[in-house]
Design a protein around this ligand. Structure first.
Ligand code: BES
Ligand code: MN
Ligand code: ZN
Length: 500
């Protein structure tokens, strides 16, 4: 998909489809006003007939509008002007995309970014237009035998800016949006693959491929023998129950000054989580192929940084393993020794994410990180607490909490903070080891999981994102969302000085 910025005489613009916003009570957007005038009141006449009232998400496709050079005009409802917000803006964009996807339209010019909801600016509306468009044309067919042609034939989605002097801002927004979309798409593609294809070795192969596509990326794969040498007993204990060898995937983009401390992104890469001996119930277990979405978001964020050649040092760390029941698998009560030297009593083998992450987090110390963020589909409890809209954010670092909440808000990929108070720490005490891998009650499971990780992250600023509720959708729309790549992209864009 191509996203170009256009300005000039709107009525004279040649395109297959011109997208215009209309508010309730037939109130025309500025661009719709221009086209209405050029067409001798054609739009107003049609709206007078009452078929389209401007309700958010309603669409009306018009052919043969007089006085303009485009083949079609698509009117998109934006709701009540006084209630217009980012949600209605995105909904309007998404419904325009739904309509375009069902036509043969290959090129469109969208004027909706001129509608700037409160708290946004042109940079944000253009970037959202690009990411919403890409999100809606995403099409999974990696494992379809009969490859249907993609539903959308759209090849170019141009964005209109009224003021010539805004084109530079808009171009930057489109460039950022496009790079984010590439990252989101990679994350979705990896996450949607089934567990029998997307194994730890497969993920390692895709990292090496990324390194071939972007030679500035240094990729290193640590094998089980390397992990043994490092003493990663927690990570290895999880993969012991699987025939697929564990991998520790390392990706380094050294885009900043040599001595600048890196941002380190750690992602849970559990390619299938059956729970191990503490096996999960059968229903919806297929969704546990999505247990590597945190890892996929690291791939996505790194791809975005590479596309934009961001001037910062960025390291991706993805511990990858399966979690299966087996004669050699972890058993409840087993005690393993983590790379940090501390021992862990495994009271539930289904709390495996923290076991693979704790060793990866200890490994991160060697990078002398500016900050470490980990992303993990870590607990069902987090999804129960927050639902499917924000991810859970855990950190004791106040400035970092603010930075991440702001980044999520700005990117439209929100996080919500949950407490990480020491009050919870004693819940993971063990009579037989330095700690247990689950809390002593089922309450606050997302928090005790974060407490566990916090014990391995004392040497650098750190935050944890529990993405169990946001990484994928269930039911008819089952599939990965590519979240939180947008949040991470926003974070690294700001850290690399590319955005205020
Ligand atoms: N991968 C799961 C968490 C999960 C559950 C993600 C549902 C998405 C949807 C994780 O490994 C897990 O099994 N967590 C357990 C922890 C419990 C045993 C303390 C959970 O959430 O039930
Ligand atoms: Mn589990
Ligand atoms: Zn898991």
């Amino acid at each position: 998909m191509e996203f170009k910025i256009k300005s000039g005489d709107l009525a004279r613009h040649k395109t297959s489809c011109l997208i215009l916003g209309v508010f309730e009570k037939c109130k025309l957007s500025a661009s719709a006003e221009v086209v209405d005038k050029a067409s001798g009141g054609h739009l107003s006449d049609i709206l007078q007939k009452g078929d389209m009232d401007g309700e958010t998400g309603r669409t009306l496709l018009l052919y043969g509008v007089p006085g303009v050079s485009c083949e079609r005009v698509l009117l998109v409802g934006c709701g009540k002007p006084e209630e217009f917000n980012r949600r209605s803006y995105r909904k309007a964009l998404a419904s325009a995309m739904t309509l375009l996807n069902d036509t043969h339209i290959t090129a469109a010019l969208c004027t909706l970014p001129e509608l700037v909801p409160p708290g946004m600016d042109l940079y944000r509306t253009v970037r959202d237009a690009v990411t919403v468009c890409a999100d809606n044309v995403y099409h999974y067919d990696q494992t379809k035998g009969e490859k249907k042609p993609p539903r959308s034939l759209l090849k170019s989605f141009d964005l209109w800016v009224a003021q010539e002097q805004d084109t530079e801002t808009a171009r930057q927004a489109a460039r950022h949006g496009d790079a984010i979309a590439w990252g989101v798409t990679l994350a979705k593609d990896l996450s949607n693959l089934p567990g029998n294809i997307c194994t730890p070795s497969y993920l390692a192969g895709r990292a090496l491929e990324l390194g071939r596509d972007y030679p500035q990326l240094k990729v290193d794969i640590l094998e089980e023998k390397d992990l043994e040498t490092l003493g990663m007993g927690a990570l290895l204990s999880v993969s012991r129950g699987s025939r697929q060898p564990a991998k520790l995937i390392l990706m380094e983009h050294r885009g900043g000054p040599e001595d600048a401390k890196p941002v380190v992104l750690v992602g849970k890469g559990l390619t299938f989580d059956a729970g191990g001996i503490s096996i999960k119930p059968a229903s919806d277990m297929d969704e546990m192929k999505f247990d590597m979405c945190g890892g996929a978001s690291v791939f996505g964020a790194i791809r975005c940084a590479l596309e934009l050649e961001l001037p910062l040092n960025l390291v991706g760390v993805v511990p990858a393993s399966e979690n299966l029941p087996d004669g050699d698998a972890n058993k409840p009560g087993d005690i393993v020794t983590s790379m940090s030297g501390r021992t862990i009593e495994i009271l539930n083998t289904d709390a495996e994410g923290r076991l693979i992450l704790c060793d990866a987090l200890t490994y991160c110390e060697r990078f002398e990180p500016a900050v470490v963020l980990d992303m993990a589909t870590l607990t069902g409890a987090c999804a129960v607490a927050l639902g499917k809209h924000p991810c859970g954010l855990f950190t004791q670092n106040e400035p970092l909490a603010a930075e991440l909440l702001t980044a999520g808000e700005a990117a439209g990929d929100r996080a919500w903070r949950l407490p990480l108070w020491d009050d919870y720490q004693e819940e993971i005490d063990s009579n037989f080891a330095d700690m247990a891998n689950i809390g002593d009650s089922r309450w606050g499971g997302a928090i005790t999981a974060a407490c566990f990780l916090s014990r391995y992250t004392k040497k650098y600023p750190w935050a944890h994102l529990d993405i169990a509720g946001i990484a994928y959708l269930s039911g008819k729309k089952k599939g990965a969302t590519g979240r939180p790549v947008s949040l991470l992209a926003e974070f690294i864009l700001k850290r690399s000085g590319q955005l205020q």
